[in-house]
Write a protein that binds this ligand. Structure first.
Ligand SMILES: [Zn+2]
Ligand SMILES: [Zn+2]
Length: 238
């Protein structure tokens, strides 16, 4: 039992919550940009054509598979927490509010670094077709493609979680806020529409830059930020 839930319940509730968060976030962006304001925002569409239903169906199916893997992985994380292997804490006062916020920022930075380097690795010709080709089959992604991974890529994408759990003292709610932000930002860069205000903030990754990555590969490997790309010479302004 964990917080009064059996392991089966944790698996089921966890998986459903992952799916619910994805459906809510991707659904709101999709409805706004591809349905409600489609005509008004059309001048911001990065690639001219709109996706076929067949593409969206594939994006959603692969994402559901990813959440099945994420939900199942929760059981391992719960095992670590239950056995006191992690640095999680319950009392917010223990580290204070400033640390709570700093820990979330640190998680974002660690994830961005992990994402950049593993992303470059799975673009290597030895791994690409077995792991990352599925995600790149969406050359003009929509918000539904944010988690459309091959199962191997879904597993790799979880690899930074143990770093956070074992190394950084973290409040459970800091993890929830971080994962929600991750979902939001990942959906945002798959939007398929330019966000001019974000475009001006040079530090942040944009839908344009990630769209360019889906189309051409080999540039713009980052998730939230552009500094790893700028530092390593893989940045391509789009
Ligand atoms: Zn992508
Ligand atoms: Zn890629």
């Amino acid at each position: 039992m964990f917080y009064g839930f059996s392991h089966t319940e944790i698996w089921l509730i966890g998986t459903l919550l992952f799916i619910l968060r994805y459906v809510l976030v991707a659904g709101v962006f999709f409805y706004l940009f591809y349905v409600l304001k489609k005509t008004r925002f059309s001048k911001f569409k990065i690639q001219e054509h709109f996706p076929l239903k067949k593409q969206i169906k594939r994006e959603v199916l692969y994402s559901l598979l990813t959440f099945l893997i994420y939900g199942s992985s929760l059981l391992l994380f719960v095992f670590w927490v239950e056995n006191g292997y992690t640095k999680s804490y319950n009392n917010l006062q223990e580290y204070g509010l400033a640390y709570f916020v700093a820990s979330i920022l640190l998680m974002v930075f660690i994830h961005d670094t992990y994402f950049y380097w593993t992303h470059r690795l799975i673009h290597h010709s030895k791994f690409f077709k077995h792991i990352h080709k599925v995600h790149h089959s969406f050359t003009s992604p929509t918000p539904w493609a944010a988690f459309a991974f091959h199962p191997w890529e879904a597993l790799i994408s979880l690899g930074f979680i143990p770093i956070i759990l074992f190394v950084i003292p973290h409040h459970q709610w800091a993890l929830v806020v971080f994962i929600t932000f991750l979902t939001l930002y990942n959906v945002l860069i798959h939007l398929g529409f330019s966000i001019p205000k974000l475009q001006k903030m040079k530090l942040f990754n944009t839908p344009d830059a990630h769209d360019y990555h889906h189309l051409k590969s080999k540039k713009n490997y980052g998730l939230y930020f552009t500094f790893w790309d700028r530092l390593m010479g893989t940045y391509q302004g789009a």
